[in-house]
Design a protein around this ligand. Structure first.
Ligand SMILES: *Cc1c(COP(=O)(O)O)cnc(C)c1O
Length: 387
């Protein structure tokens, strides 16, 4: 039986040729292709600045550093995400708290956020930064989140690891209309890939400068930023403690080539999502709900088992895996990870995310998935109910 993964990259000859060209060139890293990839993404997203880094986890870390997150600060995110969205704050020595999700979109709930902010203000525990995650490729309600950030004075990092190519209110995700920084991931299961890779987008020159500096050890070669004039052409200064979070030209060549296909990938994903939607209507599974002001990148297609299934999520999941269907689960609520439980989080803290997790199954979805493969998944989803 052919194994159908939940997600995978789509690489063609032009991608391969682009990578070969860099391998035959003089610069494998810190060459011209990093800039080209950054420009391509910034232009596509209508953002002023883009900085490519080695992965999205590093991008989230740099975003937190640039916004001044440190010991004593509090960062909030959603429990329904990959651990990186919370870990980036811990890297900076800040503490983490979570905001429960909305039962329809599985994104951070704006009403839960508003309630939590009222309490936090009374207790003098307001967050410095909020990291909303555009789960499965659908934007959070950024306009409402931005209004709360203005009222309470926190900054916003969009974790858009799932959402390059998506739009909100007709504007590309990454434009940072309602945020300080947006982060993308280019891991192979995401929308486009550079092998490993991530990017920070912002419209703020100062933040962009800081992100660039932290990407390379806290070093600057720009005389304007130095404490005194250059001692010679060799001269650089380390102004702060940064990291080596650089990405290679090899990776950026792949990313740049993939950018040309981004719109096509997204429309394929939307077409397949619509086919799932039609086919699953007759089955007792809860389907994803889309807001009318969003165009989703459909990184993930997540269904939930309902009581009418008469089967548990685990039974259905296990059956599908035995049939070579690479279903997955996104996400185990972050506050239930042992690492976060040491800070006092426990079952029941974020009940909507926990209930969602109990029932969620991620179905295979990727741009190159054939309708034959998809029909196999659909047929097995039906069989799973009667197996
Ligand atoms: C994949 C992912 C990340 C981390 O991306 P990497 O590029 O693998 O570091 C962070 N946040 C979310 C929501 C993700 O899905």
């Amino acid at each position: 039986m052919e194994y159908i993964p939940y997600g995978r990259q789509q690489i063609d000859d032009s991608d391969i040729q682009a990578v070969i060209k860099v391998l035959q060139s003089n610069e494998l890293t810190q060459g011209p292709v990093v800039d080209l990839f950054e420009k391509s993404v910034a232009e596509y997203c209508q953002a002023k600045h883009a900085t490519a880094v080695c992965n999205a986890t590093a991008a989230l870390h740099l975003a937190c550093k640039a916004l001044g997150v440190g010991p004593g600060d509090i960062v909030w995110t959603t429990p329904n995400t990959f651990v990186s969205s919370a870990n980036c704050a811990r890297f900076c020595g800040a503490s983490v708290d979570f905001v429960d999700i909305c039962p329809d979109t599985y994104n951070l709930s704006v009403s839960a956020l508003a309630d939590k902010l009222v309490l936090a203000k009374q207790q003098n525990k307001l967050p410095k930064v909020l990291i909303p995650v555009h789960f499965a490729g659908q934007s959070c309600d950024m306009q409402a989140i931005k209004a709360l950030s203005t009222q309470y004075g926190f900054q916003i990092i969009e974790d858009a690891s799932h959402a390059i190519g998506a739009t909100y209110q007709g504007i590309p995700i990454g434009a940072c209309t309602y945020s300080d920084i947006t982060v993308f991931s280019f891991h192979p299961v995401k929308i486009i890939t550079s092998g490993e890779g991530g990017m920070c987008l912002t419209n703020n020159q100062k933040l962009a400068d800081k992100i660039r500096q932290y990407r390379t050890h806290g070093i600057t070669r720009d005389e304007q930023h130095m404490t005194h004039s250059k001692e010679g052409d060799w001269y650089y200064q380390q102004l702060d403690l940064g990291f080596n979070y650089r990405i290679t030209d090899i990776q950026c060549a792949l990313g740049l080539s993939q950018m040309k296909k981004l719109d096509d990938f997204i429309s394929q994903r939307n077409r397949l999502a619509e086919r799932y939607h039609q086919a699953l209507e007759a089955m007792p599974y809860k389907q994803p709900i889309l807001r009318s002001d969003c165009y989703s990148a459909y990184h993930l297609y997540v269904i939930q088992t309902l009581p009418e299934c008469n089967k548990t999520r685990k039974q259905i999941f296990d059956y599908l895996r035995t049939q070579s269907i690479g279903v997955n689960v996104h996400y185990i609520p972050v506050h239930l990870q042992p690492y976060y439980q040491q800070f006092g989080f426990k079952t029941g803290d974020f009940p909507v995310a926990e209930t969602y997790y109990q029932n969620a199954i991620t179905l295979p979805l990727y741009a190159s998935m054939t309708t034959v493969q998809q029909d196999t998944v659909i047929a097995e989803l039906n069989k799973a109910l009667y197996d």
